[in-house]
Design a binder for this molecule. Structure first.
Ligand SMILES: [Zn+2]
Length: 189
C-alpha cells in the first residue's frame, strides 16, 4: 500500500472523529501521520536474522554478556498506542558472539511493529537462541503502556515487566538471578 492511501485512511479517521480535515492545522496531518506510522512500523521490512548474521564473531568467551537499559518504543497491537521502556538482553555464548550494537538493532526491529510486550520479549530471546546457539539467553522488558495510562485503566503508573529465559538462564537459578539483579539495578523507577 502506498503512503498516499494510508494518508487517505487517516483523513477518514479525522472526519469520523468529528474533525474538519480541511482546516489549516489538519491539512497536512494525514501525510504526516502516514509517514510517522511507516517509520514506527518499519520493523516489518527488516529481517532480524540478517541483522545478527552480519556481525557474528567466533570467540572463546563463556561469561554472561549483558546489554541493559536499552530504550525501546513500540506500539501495542490492541490500541495502536505506544508502550515504551527499557530492554535488558543477556546471553552466555558457547562459541559465537554478536556485535553489541546489533543487539540494540535487534530490539529495534521487533519494537517497530505492532506488538504485545510478551511476544516481543519472546521473539528477541528466540532469535538469539536460534542464531547464536548460546548456553542461554535472558530478555527482560519493562514498559509503560499508554493504552493503560491514557484510557484511565487502573494501576496507571504500573510498569509491566516481562521476561523470557532460555537454556541455562532457565535451568540455572543462579544464572537467572545474576541477570535479574543486573537488569533491575538502577533501571526501575
Ligand atoms: Zn493496548
Amino acid at each position: 500500500m502506498s503512503s498516499d492511501s494510508l494518508a487517505t485512511y487517516v483523513r477518514g479517521i479525522l472526519t469520523d472523529i468529528g474533525e474538519d480535515a480541511d482546516r489549516e492545522g489538519l491539512v497536512k496531518t494525514p501525510e504526516r501521520v502516514a509517514r510517522s506510522l511507516r517509520f514506527l512500523t518499519r520493523g516489518y521490512e527488516q529481517d532480524p536474522k540478517s541483522v545478527i548474521n552480519g556481525a557474528l564473531f567466533t570467540e572463546d568467551y563463556s561469561e554472561m554478556i549483558v546489554l541493559k537499559d536499552l530504550d525501546f518504543f513500540s506500539l501495542c497491537e490492541h490500541h495502536i498506542l505506544p508502550f515504551f521502556g527499557k530492554a535488558h538482553v543477556a546471553y552466555i555464548p558457547t562459541h559465537k558472539i554478536v556485535g553489541i550494537s546489533k543487539l540494540a538493532r535487534l530490539v529495534e526491529v521487533y519494537a517497530r511493529r505492532l506488538q504485545v510486550q510478551e511476544r516481543m520479549t519472546a521473539q528477541i530471546a528466540n532469535i538469539l537462541m536460534e542464531v547464536l546457539e548460546p548456553q542461554g539467553v535472558g530478555v527482560v522488558l519493562q514498559a509503560e503502556h499508554l493504552c493503560m495510562r491514557m484510557r484511565g485503566v487502573e494501576k496507571q503508573n504500573s510498569i509491566v515487566v516481562t521476561s523470557t529465559m532460555l537454556g541455562s538462564f532457565r535451568s540455572h537459578h543462579e544464572t537467572r538471578q545474576e541477570f535479574m539483579s543486573l537488569a533491575a539495578n538502577g533501571s526501575l523507577r
